[in-house]
Design a binder for this molecule. Structure first.
Ligand code: NDP
Length: 269
């Protein structure tokens, strides 16, 4: 039996053990996947101990993703670009490969819903860790333009630096014809709305909120009132990023995400 773990603080809310148990069922793999609360100063020691004792892989969540990036001896391109690691894989010759699977998870969920980013105009709201984690995958999907709008504008500008088709939003007058809106702010967690004109939402065909929960998020409820856009919350991204971790650990085809999303959705009702 291979042993896996998710490390975080807090961690009790994590659905990762359920998700990985459902993936393992798809393949007939025998796994143990536990959640472990790590003290704020104990991350490096904990992962060293666990991997020395044969841990086959780990997920890392708030607030340790940057520390995991520093601890990894090798990084995937996505992890290098994002500055954060959510998946650790022991390397055969020793050391740890750090990956960031958020972008792969988001793209898989968006494609599952019939949306293609190629040639489209994409607006990302927010410029925190989640945006950093997905930007490379979004750019790799060949959008025409990516705008990034953030409450603290300088962070959006820094993320756009060095990318020809990424623009930080300084005034909404420069933003037009947006096809896809991705809310990567945490505003919905507190029932708030990020700043975005209703005209922008009204013209979009697909609007995604990375936050998820029972019922519509505040952002998706607001969007539904002003737009005909197809809507999605971030539950599928959660399952998609887990599927990518699973693929990296088991070196297999990524597991099916649709039945797992459905299972979690029912369990939240
Ligand atoms: P960070 O704390 O790194 O960044 C938060 C972002 O949200 C910043 O851009 C911040 O703006 C913005 N923000 C926060 N509150 C408001 C508000 N009231 N109005 C406008 N903007 C606001 O968080 P992450 O980037 O790591 O995560 C963002 C969200 O994405 C979280 O809710 C997280 O749960 C979700 N997420 C979901 C995943 C999934 O699998 N579904 C995966 C990863 C993240 P400023 O810079 O001005 O502070």
């Amino acid at each position: 039996m291979r042993r896996f773990c998710v490390f975080g603080n807090p961690i009790s809310h994590s659905r990762s053990p359920d998700i990985h148990a459902l993936f393992a069922k798809q393949y007939g793999h025998e796994i143990s996947y536990k959640k472990q609360l790590v003290s704020l100063h104990g991350f490096a020691r904990t992962i060293a101990t666990e991997f020395n004792q044969g841990l086959a892989g780990a997920n890392v969540t708030v607030p340790f993703k940057q520390q995991a990036w520093q601890q990894a001896t090798k990084l995937t391109e996505e992890a290098r670009a994002s500055g954060a690691v959510n998946t650790l894989i022991p390397l055969p010759a020793g050391g740890l490969l750090g990956a960031n699977t958020d972008g792969a998870g988001l793209l898989r969920d968006i494609r599952r819903q019939g949306i293609d980013i190629a040639g489209r105009r994409v607006l990302i709201l927010g410029a925190g860790g989640a945006t950093r984690g997905v930007l490379k995958n979004i750019l790799d999907a060949n959008p025409e333009t990516v705008w990034i709008a953030n409450r603290t504008a300088i962070k959006a500008q820094q993320l756009g630096d060095g990318h020809a088709n990424v623009r930080a939003v300084t005034t909404w007058q420069t933003v037009s014809g947006v096809d896809i809106v991705i809310n990567a702010t945490s505003a919905s967690l507190s029932g708030k709305l990020p700043d975005v004109p209703t005209t922008v939402l009204g013209g979009a065909q697909f609007v995604y909120d990375m936050v998820y929960g029972p019922g519509r998020t505040s952002f998706l409820a607001h969007t539904a009132a002003v737009s005909e856009a197809q809507l999605s919350d971030g539950l599928g991204m959660l399952v998609g990023q887990a599927a990518e971790s699973y693929r990296l650990w088991w070196q297999c085809e990524p597991p099916q995400i649709a039945p797992v999303i459905e299972h979690l959705r029912h369990s939240m009702d």
